[in-house]
Design a protein around this ligand. Sequence first.
Ligand SMILES: Nc1ncnc2c1ncn2[C@@H]1O[C@H](COP(=O)(O)OP(=O)(O)OP(=O)(O)O)[C@@H](O)[C@H]1O
Ligand SMILES: [Mg+2]
Length: 237
Amino acid sequence: MILELRNIYKNYQQGKMEVPVLKDISLQVEEGEYVAIMGPSGSGKTTLMNIIGCLDKPSSGIYKLAGENILDYKDKQMSEVRLNSIGFVFQSFNLMQRQSAVENVALPLLYAGVPKKERRRIATAALERVGLGERIDFKPTQMSGGQNQRVAIARAIVNNPKIILADEPTGALDSKSGEQVMELFHKLNEEGATIVMITHERDIAEHAGRILHIKDGELYDEDEKGNKIIHREEVDA
Ligand SMILES: Nc1ncnc2c1ncn2[C@@H]1O[C@H](COP(=O)(O)OP(=O)(O)OP(=O)(O)O)[C@@H](O)[C@H]1O
Ligand SMILES: [Mg+2]
């Protein structure tokens, strides 16, 4: 089990009120799985993603990543987990505009202390994996949205993370570029990557091996008839 969330709650303080945003969420993802989480705006998708991505902690619950109890970690350990174990892909790419593709992709390696020459070699290989071997010295402004997202995906995989987390990875793309990004996710998944992807588009979610839904902070499956199956943890594994 690569990812295990048990009875996760997240509340935000709004003045004197505690507003619940995630309500008793339990989720298990096996290594090599490709899971999509669908839900409308405000349903808690990004909040959940931030918890899975170790950018935020829940108000209560258990979170294990590759068997490690992440919530026991201090901030510094959390950032190490982010750097070494998680590859992030965002809707808006989040690339450094003044840096070339290869420099952008090499950034996580820089933070990880990899020497310069090695960085360029590894980053170039990651760009080749996403089909951008010919564009390594291009800057974000010199590339299309779809190409920029592929640079961001190369950056996400450059450290061989345990899991790729994507928050609306096709949200800023036209449908053709979106399809290319989905093809790339398929390829990475076939090569063994575990992917958790957030989207509100059914067409995009259908690329995943399993689709979950989140609504008003509750995570659920649908059965064949479209009825909710709420995920609650019954057994203590
Ligand atoms: N820092 C915060 N403080 C208070 N409330 C917050 C905070 N962050 C998020 N919320 C609330 O939590 C709820 C879920 O927000 P979240 O960003 O997770 O939604 P989302 O599903 O990602 O939406 P979208 O599809 O629009 O990105 C919203 O009602 C939002 O107002
Ligand atoms: Mg969001």
